[in-house]
Ligand binder design. Structure first.
Ligand SMILES: [Ca+2]
Ligand SMILES: [Ca+2]
Ligand SMILES: [Ca+2]
Length: 126
């Protein structure tokens, strides 16, 4: 029986399987947009985006110290910019990166993200 061994290796191996993760991501995109779009108007507003980022941070910060360590980020496959290079990402750094992404993705500058804008952003980052 090698099953236990394989299962034990999976956590580490997951990072080595980008193609697999990519496919899972793509099918997930519509669902993700739906989750963020809390008022179901088909657009992600600035506030909805912020709320989603907040949730994402809280979900990734497993020891709830208000910082994302490299370990916590890799567990959630987050690729966040550690702007002061102290090895962890604070909520401020996280939010700033989120703001930057939102602004960059909002190509028509109406302060909300349409599905097309979200897809374009996703494609640009993957
Ligand atoms: Ca909305
Ligand atoms: Ca933490
Ligand atoms: Ca927009």
């Amino acid at each position: 029986m090698k099953t236990a061994l394989i299962a034990a290796c999976l956590a580490g191996a997951a990072l080595a399987l980008p193609a697999f993760a990519d496919d899972a991501h793509k099918g997930d995109m519509g669902h993700k947009i739906g989750m963020m779009d809390t008022n179901k108007d088909g657009m992600i507003s600035h506030d909805e985006h912020k709320a989603a980022m907040d949730k994402k941070f809280a979900g990734a910060d497993t020891n709830s110290d208000g910082m994302l360590s490299a370990t916590e980020m890799s567990a959630k496959k987050l690729d966040m910019k550690d702007s002061n290079n102290d090895g962890s990402v604070s909520r401020d750094e996280f939010n700033a990166a989120g703001e930057e992404k939102f602004t960059a993705a909002d190509t028509n500058k109406d302060n909300s993200l349409s599905k097309d804008e979200m897809m374009a952003m996703w494609k640009a980052h993957h």
